[in-house]
Design a protein around this ligand. Structure first.
Ligand SMILES: [Zn+2]
Length: 382
């Protein structure tokens, strides 16, 4: 296995470097990997048919599938990246790991580091959802909270990795061994669908490693699938560049969205966004954004129609479906896979603010009264 620059195509022997020494470009891995992932059960997640959501989309005639990444050990697809990159870091004899994260990659790094007995420093924005912060702290990692947007955490993690000689497991495109762990997603989707390749895969997108992993896996499996990068309207640098036909993505200002997992303004590593945009276009796909209200409604649909409890980011592909349909992007017979990237346990706040059918029982001995209450509630449901 070697490292190759996606810009100038120079190749390098495997080592821990985070950009092309020749041009500063993004590095990818090529060839077979002799280093085993540090695995504890990530990947191989279920692909679930979403027939009740299909029925709720007027005018849609095709299939919708959910790739349920909430089932990974720490509750998000980030486990795939961390297993791969931590395996490499351990093989290279590194003393510890650092990760800048909006929460999920930090939780994943902390969990895997705990299991490997390796020290971990996790850097997150101070406004990271409580569920994610709690999870990171529970695994015993050193947790640093940084005021401001994610890119500030990103810069600090880079500096700390250098200072301590730790591996940087940040899950943008910075660590090529991490991104290599995502190729399996594309292969799994093709194997699970069996008789056909998906026509579209909808992917929650921050900087975009998951776009790269799915794209590469599908290509290796011989599929020609359109990739749809979904961003939050309050942080949509890639969508903005896509809509004006630009080659290069420019950084976003201050993100404002409930979708913490894709709240990445790309300040200082805009090239990551440009690369993701290039892959989206190569797949003849598109990029689009969804509002916080559309995210809430999608979370509700996923939970109530399919029994899948996702954080706002994880529901973003569902939020994109009505827009794609209205835009004429989903022809009859479309076979769509939605990447459900993170668990609802991580950020339940949006659910807590939704109307729920919860009732306080005053007297549990009065079963007749409770039965009447349930009867009325069931009528509500219909
Ligand atoms: Zn280069």
């Amino acid at each position: 296995m070697n490292l190759r620059c996606v810009e100038c195509e120079a190749t390098f022997p495997p080592q821990l470097i985070y950009q092309c020494p020749a041009c500063g470009g993004i590095l990818e891995t090529v060839g077979q990997d002799a280093v085993a992932a540090f695995s504890f059960g990530e990947g191989g997640t279920p692909l679930l048919r979403a027939s009740r959501i299909e029925a709720e989309l007027p005018g849609f005639s095709g299939e919708i599938w959910l790739k349920d990444e909430t089932r990974n050990p720490s509750g998000s697809f980030k486990d795939r990246l961390i297993a791969s990159a931590l395996g490499r870091a351990i093989a290279m004899g590194l003393r510890g790991v650092v990760c800048a994260s909006s929460g999920n990659a930090g939780a994943s790094t902390a969990a895997y580091a705990a299991r490997a007995g390796v020290p971990a420093i996790i850097v997150v924005p101070a406004h990271t959802p409580l569920g994610k912060v709690t999870q990171i702290a529970a695994y015993g990692a050193i947790l640093l909270l940084v005021e401001g947007h994610y890119s500030r955490s990103y810069d600090l993690a880079r500096a700390l990795a250098e200072k301590h000689g730790f591996a940087n497991l940040t899950t943008t495109f910075i660590n090529p061994y991490a991104v290599a762990g995502l190729t399996a997603v594309g292969h799994e989707i093709v194997a699970q669908l069996g008789r056909q390749a998906p026509s579209h895969v909808l992917i929650p997108t921050g900087s975009g490693p998951l776009v790269k992993g799915v794209w590469q896996g599908l290509r290796e499996a011989g599929a020609s699938t359109r990739l749809v990068a979904v961003q939050a309207a309050g942080c949509a640098p890639i969508v903005r560049a896509f809509e004006v036909g630009a080659q290069h993505v420019t950084a976003w200002g201050m993100p404002e969205t409930i979708a913490s997992g894709i709240s990445d303004p790309l300040i200082g590593y805009e090239r990551d966004g440009s690369y993701t945009l290039r892959l989206v276009r190569e797949s003849r796909g598109l990029a689009l954004s969804v509002s916080d209200d559309e995210l809430r409604s999608a979370m509700r649909m996923l939970a109530r129609l399919e029994g899948v409890y996702a954080e706002p980011t994880g529901a973003s592909p569902i939020a994109a479906l009505p827009k794609l349909l209205a835009g004429g992007h989903l022809p009859t017979g479309a076979c769509i896979v939605c990447m459900i990237t993170g668990h609802g346990f991580k950020d339940g706040r949006a659910y807590q603010e939704m109307p729920a059918r919860t009732h306080r029982v005053e007297d549990p001995h009065d079963t007749a009264a409770v039965a009447r209450l349930c009867e009325a509630a069931m009528h509500d449901f219909a």
